[in-house]
Design a protein around this ligand. Structure first.
Ligand code: CU
Length: 289
């Protein structure tokens, strides 16, 4: 097929298609080519990202070698160049050993850091703070074990009002529509925290992508994950329930505020005093609906 176009409308159509393709590529470029997995802000999220990149480059290397040999062979030994099939070569033990040993070595090279990462994920040693997370239809409960603090976290009232059918509220006017909660989870940066995940009714899943960890919250079971956010990554991180848990599953956001240890202590003390006054320090009493 020739790209030389004598006919003007066809050339215009081609130019228009080219311009729109360029615009598409440019807009993707504008989003910083955000095609890759994100690095996250915790020790484990970085470990997982590092593993992902390592395996990715292995795959790139294998792809380059395999396709390189294939494309070279297609061009060099094509029929039009007079290539003849070699009917003598039916078996080569040497070649078979090479193409078995090399992949095994690559798989072992991938398996070692992967196993190390999996062990690290399960290592609950040196935990400084335990937070029990309980999923409900449709709220989260956070209990700071042995610290006398517990509270529920639900979709913020303005989002909840705007989402009702016929509410007349334009969601565009609600800040962080469907992403904010009434009571955010507050944790200290640079501290190893264990989250004990469970649920009271159906299966939920507690997921904050920036932390790199996600596990189901299952009634009658306690799953655990640990998170240690880098000391310099103070800020707000958002997540969602990641297990379809009923009609309001889409309205079960997670907001985590990571504070410096000093600011966290101030927050904790204020919250403890607050809950003592309100007499709600016992978390298992009544579940507000
Ligand atoms: Cu859910």
């Amino acid at each position: 097929m020739s790209f030389h176009m004598k006919n003007r409308p066809a050339r215009r159509a081609f130019q228009a298609a080219f311009v729109s393709l360029f615009a598409l590529v440019a807009s993707v470029a504008h989003a910083e080519w955000a095609l890759n997995m994100t690095e996250g802000v915790s020790i484990l999220s970085k470990e997982i990202y590092g593993l992902h990149m390592e395996i990715f480059w292995w795959c790139v290397g294998i792809g380059v070698v395999v396709f390189g040999v294939m494309i070279y062979s297609l061009i060099k030994f094509r029929k039009s160049q007079g290539a003849q099939a070699d009917t003598k070569l039916v078996h080569s033990t040497k070649v078979e050993i090479v193409w078995t040993v090399i992949p095994i070595m690559i798989l072992v090279a991938m398996a070692v850091p992967t196993a190390r990462g999996l062990i690290k994920i399960e290592d609950m040693g040196d935990v400084a703070l335990n937070i029990k997370v309980t999923g409900y239809q449709w709220k989260w409960e956070y209990e700071y074990l042995n610290h006398g603090v517990s509270f529920f976290s639900t979709l913020k009232a303005d989002s909840n009002a705007a989402r009702q059918l016929g509410s007349g509220v334009d969601p565009a006017t609600v800040p962080n529509y469907l992403l904010d909660v009434d009571n955010v989870l507050v944790i200290p940066a640079g501290t190893k925290i264990r989250f004990l995940l469970t649920a009271q009714d159906v299966i939920h899943a507690w997921w904050v992508p920036a932390f790199g960890m996600k596990k189901d919250a299952i009634p009658g079971y306690v799953n655990e994950i640990w998170v240690q956010v880098d000391a310099d990554k103070i800020g707000t991180y958002r997540g969602q329930c990641a297990e379809l848990c009923g009609q309001d599953h889409a309205f079960l956001p997670i907001v985590v505020e990571v504070k410096s240890p000093a600011d966290y202590d101030v927050w904790l003390r204020a919250k403890q005093a607050d809950q003592k006054l309100a007499g709600t320090a016992s978390p298992t009493a009544v579940i507000p609906q």
